[in-house]
Design a protein around this ligand. Structure first.
Ligand SMILES: NC(=O)c1ccc[n+]([C@@H]2O[C@H](COP(=O)([O-])OP(=O)(O)OC[C@H]3O[C@@H](n4cnc5c(N)ncnc54)[C@H](O)[C@@H]3O)[C@@H](O)[C@H]2O)c1
Length: 229
């Protein structure tokens, strides 16, 4: 697809940008002319190489960031603002999802999922909002999941966190709209992504819950939804 230059001049920060959805979103913004910042626990070299190989004249900025850390997210926003002078768009994509039957779900696993999927979103958003307010412009897109509507089994912690994302999005959107900042969430369906090593689920298992009720029985690809983001 040809670039329309829609995001030329925009600085776009994508969390969880090393693989999967985050990689596809960052690549799409790069195609559309944005300066992309790739924040992840792991170094997003694969995403950088994809962006440079396919689209880029602009070198992506890679930041190793744990979104559950307040100092790390503050530093992330500081570096982006210092380097590019603005932060236009934040894609809160970093997320984790281990499958676990409720009987086996430990407090530790519960806390981890809420920590990354909700507290991480809170901290990354909090870190970039001052720049967006100053600019009187900002776009925040939060990744929720269609499991909130489906009540998918073995994902109670995850589904809870992703319903929280919707509440967060709605409440914040009404608070910051007056500064020219929009906050939206996407409840995307099952998407065929890589998953980092150690993620506790089998694609086969989750597909068996989610695919049968779909109109088209195939998992989405990250590229299917990158344009929506
Ligand atoms: N894949 C799906 O079927 C699906 C469906 C609905 C929603 N989502 C949501 O989309 C988002 C991305 O999913 P994905 O399938 O691409 O996941 P993924 O596991 O393939 O990639 C997630 C990325 O987030 C990073 N990450 C994890 N914890 C982090 C932390 N604390 N700080 C910074 N980075 C961290 C990982 O290193 C990884 O690069 C998640 O929020 C997920 O809940 C995915």
């Amino acid at each position: 697809m040809e670039s329309t230059g829609l995001h030329k001049g925009r600085v776009v920060l994508v969390t969880g940008a090393a693989i999967g959805n985050g990689q596809a979103f960052a690549a799409e913004f790069a195609r559309e002319g944005a300066q992309v910042v790739l924040a992840d626990l792991i170094e997003a070299t694969e995403t950088r190489d994809r962006v440079l190989a396919h689209f880029g004249t602009l070198e992506p900025l890679l930041l190793q960031v744990d979104v559950t850390s307040e100092p790390a997210t503050k530093e992330m926003a500081y570096i982006v603002k210092e380097k590019f002078g603005r932060i236009d768009i934040l894609i809160n994509n970093a997320g984790v999802y281990d499958e676990e039957p409720f009987d086996l779900l430990t407090l530790e696993a519960w806390k981890k999922v809420l920590d990354v999927n909700l507290t991480g979103l809170f901290l990354a958003t909090k870190a970039v909002l001052p720049a967006m307010k100053q600019q009187q412009f900002g776009r925040i897109v939060n990744l929720s999941s269609d499991t909130i509507w489906l009540g998918t089994p073995y994902l109670v912690h995850y589904v809870t966190s992703k319903m929280g994302v919707v509440g967060f999005t709605r409440a914040l959107a009404t608070e910051v709209g007056k500064y020219g900042i929009t906050v939206n969430a996407i409840t995307l369906g099952l998407t065929a992504t890589q998953r980092p090593p150690g993620t506790k689920l089998t694609q086969g298992n989750i597909l068996s819950h989610l695919l049968p009720p779909q109109a088209i029985e195939r998992a989405e690809t990250p590229e299917d939804i990158a344009r929506i983001v």
